[in-house]
Design a protein around this ligand. Structure first.
Ligand SMILES: Cc1cc2nc3c(=O)[nH]c(=O)nc-3n(C[C@H](O)[C@H](O)[C@H](O)COP(=O)(O)O)c2cc1C
Length: 318
């Protein structure tokens, strides 16, 4: 019988027992996912994004189904950092999985405030900065402009003394590689990509936009191929050289989707929308990934990272 391959991965010095990471905003704060499934199939889970002050989020409808996924405009509903630290974070002690904190904000000061609180706490070895948030002063997303992203990542980096910094990039840009480069130059220990893709849906009978805010973020199978392309480009053009690992996510429902992201350059793989369909999906994804790693003759899943590569410089497509 073939020996069991090593399915653990090293994410910026943090050992994850499996490459799977539950994605921010799709698995509650901390204790919700462990209450419905065996989280030993995950290497880590990510909290929903926490802001300095509590937020109710957007009015309904704020989550709808589309043909190939979900469109959400939750609006960062969360209890705020103070209540999170007092009521939610203690749960991290009893769950059998590593917990990553996620931060959102409307200003650099807000990101820094939450980052400093997370850093002072035990049980959060890494924080993920969700940069797909609009700056309240001008409405522009932090993650869509390299100079602005650089400034924010530097400031958050400076607030962290013991916690690894993961920067979660926005896919709503024309050149994700330069934004990834900006995040790495400013001190990101790891990158996550992709967040949701800006989208809209219309009810044809009422002739109204279906989401209360009009726009939302598309996730699920519809975005998977975009995620594969972005992980591939970022890995081969900037992340591999800088030795900065990537958590690749977007539309992972089956083990093949996860394998594709790993071959594109992801060290770990996020699971988001799939948790709404089957919170227990990590079990079959891990079983498939393990057999695949064995079949491919690898002793460790890490041997697969970035193996699939565009042969030449990108050509015109279409
Ligand atoms: C309902 C919902 C809520 C989300 N909330 C957050 C969030 O609070 N912070 C964040 O960084 N990403 C959030 N996301 C984005 C996911 O973490 C993930 O990046 C995206 O959905 C793509 O992965 P998927 O196709 O596997 O869902 C949310 C996604 C969904 C569907």
């Amino acid at each position: 019988m073939a020996t069991q391959p090593d399915m653990s991965v090293d994410l910026a010095g943090i050992t994850l027992r499996t490459p799977l990471v539950a994605a921010a905003g799709t698995c509650g704060y901390i204790e919700e996912l462990p209450s419905v499934t065996d989280v030993r199939n995950f290497g880590a889970i990510t909290t929903k994004s926490i802001t300095a002050k509590p937020r109710e989020g957007n009015p309904p409808w704020r989550l709808i189904e589309s043909e190939m996924g979900l469109i959400n405009a939750i609006g960062l509903a969360n209890v705020g950092v103070e209540r999170f630290m007092a009521e939610k974070l203690p749960g991290a002690e009893s769950v059998d999985v590593i917990v990553f904190g996620s931060i959102a904000g409307g200003s650099i000061e807000e990101y820094v405030q939450v980052a400093a609180a997370f850093d002072a706490a035990q049980h959060l070895p890494a924080v993920e900065v969700n940069v797909s948030c609009p700056n309240t002063s001008d409405g522009l997303e932090f993650g869509t402009d390299a100079a602005r992203l650089r400034e924010m990542v530097k400031e958050v980096r400076a607030a962290l003394t013991q916690t690894k910094l993961i920067v979660k990039l926005s896919p709503n840009v024309t050149d994700v590689v330069s934004l990834a480069g900006a995040a790495i130059d400013s001190g990101a220990d790891a990158l996550t990509l992709i967040n949701t893709i800006s989208a809209m849906a219309i009810d044809v009978e009422s002739r109204r936009l279906r989401l209360s805010r009009g726009r939302g973020g598309l996730s699920g199978p519809a975005v998977h191929a975009v995620a594969v392309r972005m992980v591939h480009d970022v890995y081969h053009q900037v992340a591999q050289k800088a030795n900065v690992p990537i958590i690749g996510l977007g539309g992972v429902l089956r083990w093949e989707d996860a394998a594709e992201l790993i071959l594109a350059g992801a060290t770990a793989v996020g699971i988001g929308t799939a948790l709404f369909i089957d919170p227990g999906c990590a079990k079959s994804i891990m079983a498939g990934l393990t057999k695949w790693t064995q079949r491919q003759g690898c002793q460790s899943i890490s041997e697969m990272v970035g193996v699939a590569k565009l042969a030449e410089s990108p050509s015109v497509v279409g």
